[in-house]
Design a protein around this ligand. Sequence first.
Ligand code: SAH
Length: 222
Amino acid sequence: MDYEHARQRMVRYQVKGRGIRDLSLLAAMGDVPREEFVAEQFRPAAYRDGPIPIGYGQTISQPYVVALMTNALRVRSGDKILEVGTGSGYQAAVLASMGATVFTIERQVPLAEQARQTLERLGYDQVTVRAGDGSVGWAEEAPFDGILVGAAGPTIPTPLLQQLKEGGHLIIPVEEHKGMQKLLRITRRDDGRYDREELGEVAFVPLIGEEGWEPEHRGYWQ
Ligand code: SAH
């Protein structure tokens, strides 16, 4: 399997071909070895146009969804980014590859541990992984230039709004109406108010925690 070739095709057809133009993002996705973030048996499928199971009922997002969210975040080199839902660590690696310093939280302890190992092995040392509930953010490291959430809750968690810098974006899927998730971009204005934009309909695993769903909640993938 020629992963390098598969990766460049993925960037060309699934990302660039669908209108993503940010050169730093295209370069990052052309660089991060997605096959290293999935289990052995899923490696040949690493660059297909869809999500892939990573265990514990969770998935690594479709490449285009990673691109769409990262693009909406408007990442610049040197930015301090909070990611909620580390999963495999792939999204964190893409952000780090764009020059961001990344703080990422995962509630499933074994996933956090595995992502930490993968990121370390591949040399993404500007990523810090923590196991815990990211729906309340990461107060000690706040404020952030941007926050990206890879799981959908019923509402926008207030702590995440509070931990955003002025001018910063929060990219988050929310399920305000049952069975319908919308990807939102919330921007903190310098007058202290927030702008809200809808980026389309999406299907994410549930955000479970203090500012998310109860642990019994069943989402799209369970
Ligand atoms: N961005 C990831 C995929 C995220 S899947 C990647 O690149 O692989 C969403 C993840 O969010 C799952 O691993 C799930 O366990 C986690 N999650 C759900 N609720 C959470 C919470 N409150 N805090 C932190 N992680 C959470």
